[in-house]
Ligand binder design. Structure first.
Ligand code: SF4
Length: 307
């Protein structure tokens, strides 16, 4: 079983070595736009869903073999802060590599003292906040029944007071759901209190699990960015030009990548450092073998694993 994957290109972090800390798909939310798929275990119970030792051993092996990346990121198949060993892992990673550690979290558990304490060991924390009013929170994030959006926002504010690393708040917009005048105003006031270093605006850019998850246009995102102020960035397309590590075992890596998310040919060329011709020949082979299928979404071609 492999818990360490990548490095994969990230629009914000460069090349990111990923670590899965929960199995697919354990999460406190079931967001309508989730690329991983429907939440099969919706929970707020923390435990060692994936054991710490094999993760540490895999990381040591990767570092020993000269692996290169820009950051090490806890993200993957669900909500990483549900793993009760995340704090310990963040400390142990520092004995293995000097790379900055990143936690991408839905932020729902930051109201708990022990979760905030664990994440103080990270260098960069990227929580999400898509909604502020309870109805919209339920509509877009479909939370565990015991989660309270006001408590979640309080947790995000408390963590800001304690954390000295970089703190970037992401908001993902779905058309007609969390982009109403009322919600934008509520988000604006919540962001003022949370006071992140940056606000990252995103929208649905890959095929989502739910047809209600529709994207905003770039113009709409730009209007919101202007309103939210100068710390706001629209997460642009990934544009780093080459992969910083040699990737071998091409088929396995492509299939591993597509198992986590659908990808365009451009994404795959970028990740694996190959020309479009070479990639498309290879994808024809995988299609013939019944391993991947094509899908068109928002006029773009995507490859995904055949279910
Ligand atoms: S929090 Fe992340 S992993 Fe969980 S459902 Fe939402 S998008 Fe998916």
């Amino acid at each position: 079983m492999s818990y360490v994957f990548g490095p994969v290109p990230s629009r914000r972090l460069g090349f990111s070595l990923g670590i899965d800390l929960v199995p697919k798909k354990v999460c406190s939310l079931d967001c309508i736009y989730c690329q991983v798929g429907p939440t099969t275990k919706k929970t707020i119970t923390r435990k060692e869903y994936i054991p710490l030792n094999p993760v540490v051993e895999e990381l040591k092996k990767w570092a020993y073999e000269g692996g290169e990346a820009d950051v090490v990121t806890m993200s993957g198949n669900g909500e990483p802060t549900l793993n009760s060993k995340i704090g310990e892992l963040l400390i142990q990673i520092k004995d293995i590599t000097d790379l900055p550690t990143v936690v991408i979290t839905n932020g729902t558990l930051l109201y708990r003292d022990e979760v905030r304490k664990d994440l103080l060991n990270a260098d960069i924390v990227l929580p999400s906040l898509d909604a502020v009013t309870p109805n919209v929170f339920r509509a877009i994030n479909r939370p565990h029944r015991s989660l309270d959006i006001n408590k979640i926002i309080e947790g995000l504010i408390k963590f800001r007071d304690q954390f000295r690393g970089k703190y970037f708040l992401e908001i993902l917009f779905c058309k007609g759901i969390n982009d109403t005048e009322r919600e934008l105003e509520a988000l604006y006031h919540a962001i003022e209190k949370i006071d992140p270093d940056e606000i990252h605006l995103n929208t649905v850019v890959r095929p989502p699990q739910n047809k209600r998850a529709l994207p905003l246009t770039m113009e709409e995102l730009e209007r919101i960015a202007k309103r939210f102020g100068k710390k706001t960035k629209i997460i642009a397309h990934f544009d780093k030009e080459h992969l910083s590590t040699a990737l071998q075992d091409f088929e396995k890596r492509v299939l591993d990548y597509l198992d986590r998310r659908p990808a365009t040919p451009e994404d795959l060329c970028l990740v694996f450092g190959v020309t479009n011709d070479k990639l498309m020949n290879f994808m024809d082979k995988l299609k013939d073998e019944g391993k991947v299928v094509e899908r068109v979404y928002d006029k773009k071609l995507y490859f995904q694993i055949r279910e």
